[in-house]
Design a protein around this ligand. Sequence first.
Ligand code: MSP
Length: 535
Amino acid sequence: MAATGSEQQGTKAFYVSTPIYYVNDAPHLGHAYTTVAGDVLTRWHRQRGEKVWYLTGTDEHGQKIMRTAEANGVTPQEWCDKLVEEAWKPLWEHLEIANDDFIRTTQPRHTARVQEFVQDLYDKGEIYQGGYEGPYCVGCEEYKTPGELLDGENGVKLCPIHKRPVEMLKEENYFFKLSEYGPKLLEYYERHPGFIQPESARNEVINFVKQGLQDLSISRSTFDWGIKVPWDDKHIIYVWVDALLNYATAVGYGADQAKFESTFPADVHLVGKDILRFHAVIWPAMLMANGLPLPGRIAANGWLMVGGEKMSKSNLTGISPRQLTEHFGVDAYRWYFLRAIQFGQDGSFSWEDFSARYTSELANDFGNLASRVAAMVGKYFGGTLPGATAHGPAEQALADSLARTVADADEKIGEQLDFSAGILAVFDFIKQVNGYLTEQEPWKVAKDSSEQAQARLATILYTAAESLRAIAVLLNPVMPTTSEKLWLSLGAEPPLGPLAAQRVQDTGTWGTLPAGATVTKGEILFPRLEEPKNA
Ligand code: MSP
């Protein structure tokens, strides 16, 4: 297959992945949180003009899916097809997720390559036959150690994440020699301090590996919903080994060498903290064993909590992403979770907090600024943006602050994945522009018809509109629909081209929006909220 036609042919893509989600049920707020974060990160890098590859998808094998399908009286494949097409893909579309690919682990492009990868490990002597006896959580699809289990009633042992009984497995399995990779992994973490993020996650992984790794059972033999072990068809490949390989098979591993080399490995694997060890221990060891390069970074996000518990399918308290987008709109939804929760930490959702931030930050600070400026350019200059002939210290202070804001947001969002700090930097700038207008009082200046006053009025409104031009670019990765509306209302498109073509690194260049642009009062960016139906 030929490499995709792009002006950056030959350079490696900035490759970001989400976990591939289990399709035993419809997506909830927690899944959407990780997927939106990845979307904002990749849109930010696109806005820098980089070649980007954003991958998401679904994890369709294993006991959890098999049992759900059985309980619903359909085959696992029918179940997965239905959920993917009716629930998962439509939600990502609704949330404006701009993924470049969507991998399903039941696709032949994946299954065939997984078999090859595992066969290679077997041929290299990395896999041996043995038996596993011990606890397993079907919710996590994970072998557990007795020490990590919680005590339930009547001596029943519970999974610490799902708080449900674990099952005792006794199976003939194949094992991967994971135990041999401990020292190599520790050395790798040491040499690459940014490999696991945040610091708390890195420390947890290092402590875990230092305690000594057990070999990993990589096959199951008591059910058959999975990819067959190529040399022994009584076994299927353990669902996590199958799933992790999606990051390689989706970008051409073993099938399209040019694409693989220009994409793999991922620069950032976004994962929930519950699946950190799979990504920071097992996945790198699998890659080392097969001589493949390791990812740039494993970035763990915290959990969205409801009532002090991890939000999950069984603990949703009735909130679905669509209920929130119906009430607040898609852009506010994309903005809220990244703005309100420090990425990497747990965070709680509440209608009250969302409503309060919507009203104060989006509607009052940002939305009002945009509508006030457009209204004044309309009223005083007939909708044609005037030039800034009286640019003075107050304007220069704002221009300087913009340059700092751009650098700060770029570092926080684009590099550190500190979305809340990056968004806050932009909203601080919005506050400064509001403060500037309050101080300059253009509505009073407008009453004086002297030439000097009119030049001041023109300069004030130019300054505010030019600030909004930059705000539209900086918020485009987070709130694409709102930013587009703002871009169009500033009349920026004919002179400057589409919003997507603006570069982050040029955004701080003051004076980019030319005088003469046609400013129109577009629709209200953030309408007043109705009473929530389900609060
Ligand atoms: N299928 C595996 C992942 C395989 S990746 C090779 C899996 N799927 S999952 O559907 O159970 O969850 C995947 C991810 O969803 C979590 O790691 C996390 O990124 C996200 N979240 C699920 N619930 C969440 C919260 N309550 N809060 C934040 N994120 C959560 O594990």
